[in-house]
Design a protein around this ligand. Structure first.
Ligand SMILES: C[S@@+](CC[C@H](N)C(=O)[O-])C[C@H]1O[C@@H](n2cnc3c(N)ncnc32)[C@H](O)[C@@H]1O
Length: 281
């Protein structure tokens, strides 16, 4: 790939998804876009690049952007965030939302669904303590293709062996041929929507808990700040934000701070929340 194609493609990716790729990742562009070139019946990568340069085929631009996303995910990823959700966040919400008996969770880059389904299984297990509550789990991603997989709730043997406790596999999945289908009672707890994190999340409403895990790592600093500012504006003062193990708010957001003693969970800093809200009037 020549320098001008690299520059053109990285500009498209940055503008459309926030993904930032350095020159040493040029090989990734060719390996991920060659299948797109074949699907679109271009003779080779250069022809795909020429079509992209015209910039007038929205569907092609979308396919290219989606093909460059990394969709790696697994059930109860890193386990600790989900333990903390069970032990700290859920008891807090049950107490603090007792009068309205409802709360909303956002899995903000949900990929193939393992994250929102892990949360749904925890809520299902909470049973009687949430009986009569209205709980929404909204799961969004940029990629419509990965959302279709999430919505289907069908996983391979390999996928159900990564992080999913065996008792949950037995209780909430049914084997159909080579696939494991998630139980409809869990599947129906999650609402999927296409959403680009570069957009303002206001239209999605406010969320008491946001899982924004393993996606900020792909963005540059200003994009990370913009995404976190949007989330801060759409969160009640006692909301919770989860980031991935390699992600932090340090130097990126003055709205969030670590919840003391809880690595990976953030809450709003009171003055930060006020500042974020006043920034939008
Ligand atoms: C590595 S997965 C993380 C999945 C899950 N949160 C986890 O931690 O296992 C990253 C996801 O972010 C999505 N993504 C990347 N850029 C995005 C954007 N601008 N808006 C929304 N989703 C995006 C990708 O499509 C991908 O599914």
């Amino acid at each position: 790939m020549n320098v001008s194609d690299f520059d053109m493609i990285t500009r498209i990716l940055r503008e459309r998804s926030g993904l930032v790729l350095s020159k040493d990742k040029a090989y990734l562009i060719e390996s991920r876009l060659n299948p797109v070139a074949r699907k679109w019946q271009f003779k080779n990568f250069d022809d795909l690049a020429s079509a992209l340069r015209l910039g007038n085929d929205e569907k092609l631009l979308r396919d290219v952007t989606e093909a460059m996303t990394t969709n790696e995910s697994f059930f109860f990823r890193d386990s600790k965030p989900f333990d903390q959700f069970k032990a700290i966040v859920l008891p807090h919400l049950i107490n603090a939302r007792a009068s309205k008996r409802s709360f909303r969770i956002w899995s903000a880059a949900c990929s193939s669904g393992q994250e929102p389904y892990s949360l749904a299984m925890i809520l299902k297990e909470a049973g009687a303590s949430l009986s009569g509550w209205r709980i929404e789990i909204v799961a969004t991603d940029l990629s419509t293709e990965i959302l279709q997989k999430a919505q289907e709730g069908a996983y391979s043997q390999f996928e159900v062996q990564r992080g999913l406790p065996i008792e949950y596999l037995v209780k909430y999945f049914k084997q159909e041929g080579e696939r494991w289908m998630i139980d409809p009672s869990i599947r129906q707890m999650v609402t999927y929507k296409t959403f680009n994190l570069l957009e303002d999340p206001m239209a999605l409403g406010t969320f008491d808990v946001v899982f924004l895990r393993n996606v900020l790592i792909y963005f540059d600093q200003p994009t990370k700040s913009q995404v976190l500012a949007g989330i801060a504006r759409n969160m009640p003062a006692d909301g919770f934000l989860y980031l991935g193990g390699a992600e932090t708010v340090l130097g990126i957001s003055d709205s969030f701070q670590l919840i003391p003693g809880q690595r990976g969970i953030y809450g709003l800093i009171p003055s930060g929340a006020a500042a974020a809200k006043s920034a939008v009037g």
